[in-house]
Structure formats: C-alpha cells, structure tokens
Design a protein around this ligand. Structure first.
Ligand SMILES: Cc1ncc(COP(=O)(O)O)c(C=O)c1O
Length: 386
C-alpha cells in the first residue's frame, strides 16, 4: 500500500482540508457582489501577511509572472539595475530585468550564503549620481536554502533613491518580512508556498513611491499594468477573469493564517528549521547553508560522498511516497532539499526524518537508527514544554 504522500517541496506545498473544501464550490460572477466581498477580504488579509498598508494586486500567475509584473511596471528600458543574487532565483530576477532592456549589474554571492550588507553599502555609496534605479533581491533563495537579511540590506541603501524590489515568493510568512517598517518598495510573493493554496496566484505589493515611478514607466504592457489593476480594484473587481476557485482557497487559507497569528506562524517555521537541521547534523549529513542564513522554509543538504542525492530522493519516493526536491543547475545530484513551509505538520517531519535514516543506511551511510529522529523529537518536546 502506498498510502498518503508526504509532499516536502519548497512549493507547491500541502493544502489543508479546509482549503480544499473551500475551493470545491460553484463558480460565481466575478463582477458581482459576492466576488467583490471575497476580493476585499483577501486583499486585506494578504496585506496583513505583508505587514503593509500600501497597494496590493493579485495576478493570475506563477511567482515568475509576479517578478515580470514588477519589472515591466517599475523598471524602464535602459534603467541601471543592481541585481543581488545568491542563487537560481536571484539570477532569474536579474534575467527578467535584462530581457526588458535594463542595464543589469549583477552582484553575486556564493550559493549557500546570504548577501553581505556591507558590500551592498559600499557599492551603493559609489553611485553618487543616483544612476542605479532599482535594487533587486531575493528574500528566501529557494534553490540553496539561504535567506537574505532584507532589513539590513535595506538599511545599507540608506537614502539612495533606487527602488528596493524584493522577491519574497518562497519567504513570505515563513521568514520575517515587514514591508512598511523596513521601507521595502515592491514585494512579490506566490500562492503555492506559505499561503497553503495551489499554484496560480502571484501577489505584488508596492508603495506610493513605486507607484509614482510606475506612472512614468516606458514599457508597453497590458496584462501586468498596475494602473489597470488598481482601476478595477477600486470597483471591487480584477482586470481579467480571476481563478475564482483559488480565491476561495486563499480566503480560507488567510482565515487560518490569521487565526494562528503571523508571529506564531513564523515561530512554527523556525521550529521546523531547527528540527530538521539538528536532526540532519546528528545523522552525520552536511548542511549546505550556515546557521546564520539558514532558511525556515527549506533546508538543503549535501548527499554523503559517493551517494548521489537523486538516488536518495528516488528511494524515498518509491519506498515511502515522500517527495523531496533535488538540487538545481550545478547542485543537481549534489544536494537535496526538504521544504518545510506552509501546511507541514511536525509529525510529518518526524516521519520523513525516520524514513531518511533508513534510506541513508540502505545507501551505505553509517548511522545509528533513531539518532536524528531523537534530536527532532527533543526539539518538539521542548517546544511543547515552553
Ligand atoms: C524565490 C522564488 N522566486 C521565484 C520563483 C518562481 O515562481 P514560479 O515557479 O511560481 O514561477 C520561485 C519558485 O520556486 C521562488 O522560490
């Protein structure tokens, strides 16, 4: 018997029953009063998760669509852009900007680390004439399991006028982010991560400063045009036909998130990170990121020497119906990634860690059964005692 699957990807993530049931409802008129109420509730709810009172639009799109929306609205062809990258998704944001004609200067940091605010500060201080129009950065680099210290990097920009644009697709609601308090101008996220609903919605928040810049933007656009989106939002509608079922799901997921409380959600994700990291260490595995920049959304692990990470994933899938993510690009077959964001339950993690121990033994890695599971249990026990 195969039994239920354990989906431990850094997106898409498991969906709670409440959300699945909420989505199983008939279609309604997206230009009618019921949808208007749903739209207003979800815009308000997503803003709470962003900790913003600024503008927010929801696009029927994946996270990449949200990144493209940000680029086409807030960066004009020829603009100089500083793109900070610590992995695949930092590279992607830079590439989208380049595709739309920006002059992109990459600032790369080693994969597995976070960007150094001091180096960013030094580069920004050189830009005496304010030639850099935007700084692009990833909140949580899903490909490596490292996160950027967004608050410190924003502080490093000081009063430089560049727009600070953050890809928080996989980080939002798993790792702290305070859009207004930290002075973030544009923040993008996606539905299939900590929001606990299927892929298909992208959220983009932007402040008044960004909106002013958008109004002078030179790109041709229609689908992504913020002005169009805002015009419809003022009437309680979306510019194009929305994926209504996803809105039902989002409404229910936000109710769950607000019932739990954002601070509690972040604490829960931090606990998952600890459980996983301490347990993997105890199994004698090497983690790909240092503790200081280790993500609460996803953990990357190096496969033991001589054992490909894809073999481990294949065995876990075939024997236990556990779905783990592989490494991307140069990390393919080198690392595997355990996603622990959204609707992941603590006992699921314990089960997955137990199965991983059996798998590692099968591949000849030496360990004592239970050594990692015990560590995770201890963290859980301590958390319950608090
Ligand atoms: C940080 C980050 N940015 C962007 C994306 C792209 O999102 P999508 O695959 O939904 O287009 C992802 C997807 O995993 C991501 O993790």
């Amino acid at each position: 018997m195969k039994g239920a699957q354990y989906l431990l990807l850094p997106g898409p993530t498991p969906i709670p029953q409440r959300v699945a049931r909420a989505m199983d409802r008939p279609m309604i008129n997206h230009r009618g009063p019921v949808f208007k109420e749903i739209l207003e509730e979800v815009i308000d709810g997503v803003k709470k998760i962003y900790r913003t009172k600024e503008h927010l639009l929801i696009y029927p799109a994946s996270g990449t669509g949200g990144l493209e929306a940000a680029v086409v609205n807030f960066i004009s062809p020829g603009d100089k852009v500083l793109a900070i990258s610590i992995g695949v998704f930092g590279d992607r944001f830079a590439e989208i900007a380049a595709q739309f004609g920006a002059q992109v200067e990459k600032m790369d940091f080693a994969w597995g680390t976070g960007a150094d605010p001091e180096q960013v500060k030094a580069r920004i201080e050189q830009d005496k004439n304010g030639e850099i129009k935007a700084v692009l950065i990833t909140h949580n680099e899903t490909s490596t399991g490292a996160f950027n210290d967004i608050k410190s990097i924003r502080e490093a920009l000081g009063d430089h006028p560049a727009l600070f644009m953050v890809d928080a697709v996989s980080g939002l609601a798993a790792i702290e982010l305070r859009m207004d308090e930290w002075g973030l101008d544009v923040v993008i996220s996606g539905s299939q991560k900590a929001f606990m609903i299927p892929p298909g919605l992208s959220f983009m928040a932007f402040n008044e400063r960004a909106l002013k810049i958008q109004q002078k933007n030179q790109n041709n656009k229609y689908y992504w045009d913020v002005s169009l989106g805002l015009q419809y939002l003022a009437k309680g509608q979306t510019a194009v036909t929305p994926p209504i079922s996803l809105y039902y799901g989002l409404q229910e997921a936000l109710r769950m998130m607000l019932e739990e409380g954002l601070d509690n959600i972040l604490t829960r994700h931090a606990k998952y990170r600890e459980m996983v990291r301490v347990s993997l260490n105890a199994m004698g595995l090497q983690l790909f990121t240092e503790d200081g920049c280790a993500s609460s959304a996803v953990t990357s692990v190096l496969a033991p020497a001589g054992i490909g990470s894809n073999g481990i994933r294949k065995y876990m899938l075939e024997e236990f119906n556990i779905i783990l993510a592989g490494g991307q690009q140069s990390l393919d077959n080198v690392i595997f990634r355990l996603g622990h964001l959204g609707y992941v339950r603590e006992l699921d993690l314990i089960s997955v860690l137990a199965a991983l121990e059996i798998t590692l033994l099968k591949f000849g890695h030496s360990l004592e059964l239970g050594v990692g599971v015990k560590k995770a249990q201890e963290i859980l026990q301590n958390a319950k005692a608090d």
